[in-house]
Design a protein around this ligand. Structure first.
Ligand SMILES: Nc1nc2c(ncn2[C@@H]2O[C@H](COP(=O)(O)OP(=O)(O)OP(=O)(O)O)[C@@H](O)[C@H]2O)c(=O)[nH]1
Ligand SMILES: [K+]
Ligand SMILES: [Mg+2]
Length: 380
């Protein structure tokens, strides 16, 4: 029997099994079996080098967003609207057969947008047809879960470490109501794990525990984009718009596309930092783009972006912007920068320049920095 058939068989057995205290352990074990089989399914065949027949697209820009969705919900139309890159749109399904990448220029950063299910990046836009069944959202979410993606969820607060000897050490710092020690042992047994350290820091579920053991889950943000609101009634639009993590748009009427861009931007958590050379203007058109989720956004991360030797040479950093308590704040490497901060790295052994230099009037100075500048002039 193939892996897919075995998964189907176990799913059928789970559906037949009543959920109660007596069957809890059995169901937990079945869940672990399915998780193991799914992982096998995802492993590339032996002897092959890569991950199956994925589409390779060169990475580009400061962040990447994938469009996924059922056929003909308007993914290609949206890509064309947001990026200007033409992706063939038509009223028949499966119009798009290869990955079409486009680039969004937004807030002086470049965001790569990919029109293809299967490439999962920093953020997923699940494009849905507002006039179609709401079941589509669930079906897609389930399919993504089956390949190890977890949407809008943070990793379970469970510490897990395999050991060579010593048996299983099991501890909790929170009361557990959805899993117990015995069930954990059974699941570990299913994975043939006999030595490990387990610490539950929250009231996690069986599924959470399996996710932690599997260790290969990807926790990713997802915005549900309901397109084609031009063809549904206002009540439906209102209801869809109120769902969590959702936004309603119409490509045809160009409705709400600016809000979609703003939402994408917020979800990606990109941090623009302007570098200020000593006694010079920062270039407000060319930010260094950092990310709290990927790579971090401390002064140290900023230095590493600018030049690899800068961390070593830095004496301190001068920071203007929302992360600074006063202007400029003297900061060390661990200081967390925020969007639109201005940073000047002061190097060791380089004489500090005096004077009362200000940012000269510059059309692109971010408003909140210009505001603060009036109250507290820049001295460096
Ligand atoms: N009424 C309406 N139709 C739209 C809207 N956006 C796209 N469409 C239409 O929906 C159809 C499918 O659009 P596509 O952009 O090809 O959809 P897709 O998701 O890329 O489809 P596949 O590539 O086939 O998976 C086209 O006929 C579009 O003109 C919209 O906002 N309102
Ligand atoms: K289509
Ligand atoms: Mg398409």
């Amino acid at each position: 029997m193939g892996i897919v058939e075995r998964i189907k068989e176990i799913e059928a057995e789970m559906a037949r099994t009543q959920k109660n205290k007596a069957t809890e352990y059995h169901l937990g074990q079945l869940k672990a079996k399915i998780a193991k089989l799914r992982t096998q399914l995802l492993e590339p065949p032996k002897g092959s080098s890569g991950g199956g027949d994925g589409f390779e697209v060169t990475k580009y820009g400061h962040g990447r967003v994938a469009l996924i969705g059922f056929p003909s919900v308007g993914k290609s139309t949206l890509l064309t609207m947001l990026t200007g890159t033409h992706s063939e749109a038509a009223s028949y399904e499966f119009t798009t057969l290869t990955c079409i990448p486009g680039v969004i220029h937004y807030n002086d950063t470049k965001i790569q947008l990919l029109d293809l299910p299967g490439i999962i990046e920093d953020l997923v836009l699940m494009v849905l047809d507002a006039s179609k069944s709401e079941g589509h959202r669930q079906i897609l979410t389930k399919e993504l879960e089956a390949v190890g993606l977890r949407l809008n969820k943070r990793p379970p607060q469970i510490y897990f470490k395999k050991k060579k000897t010593g048996g299983i050490s099991f501890n909790t710092t929170a009361p557990l109501t959805r899993i117990d020690e015995k069930l954990c042992y059974q699941i570990l047994h299913e994975y043939k794990i006999h030595n490990a350290e387990v610490l539950f820091r929250e009231d996690a579920t069986v599924d959470d525990f399996i996710d932690v053991i599997e260790g290969n889950r990807k926790y990713i943000k997802c915005v549900y984009v309901y397109n084609k609101i031009d063809v549904v009634g206002i009540d439906d639009v209102d209801r869809l718009a109120r769902q969590p993590n959702s936004i309603v748009i119409s490509c045809n009427l160009k409705l709400n596309l600016d809000r979609l861009l703003a939402r994408m931007w917020d979800e990606m958590g990109l941090v623009r930092v302007y570098s200020k050379p000593q006694s010079q203007q920062p270039d407000f058109d060319e930010p260094f783009v950092l990310s709290a989720d990927r790579g971090g956004c401390t002064v140290e991360d900023f230095c590493n972006h600018v030049h690899r030797t800068l961390v070593k040479d830095m004496k301190y950093a001068l920071v203007w912007g929302t992360s600074a308590r006063h202007y400029p704040q003297h900061c060390g490497l661990s200081h967390h920068l925020e969007d639109e901060d201005v940073v000047q790295i002061v190097k060791k052994k380089v004489r500090e320049e005096g004077g009362r230099g200000r940012f000269k009037s510059h059309s692109n100075v971010p408003a909140r920095i210009a505001d603060r500048e009036k109250k507290a002039p820049l001295k460096q």
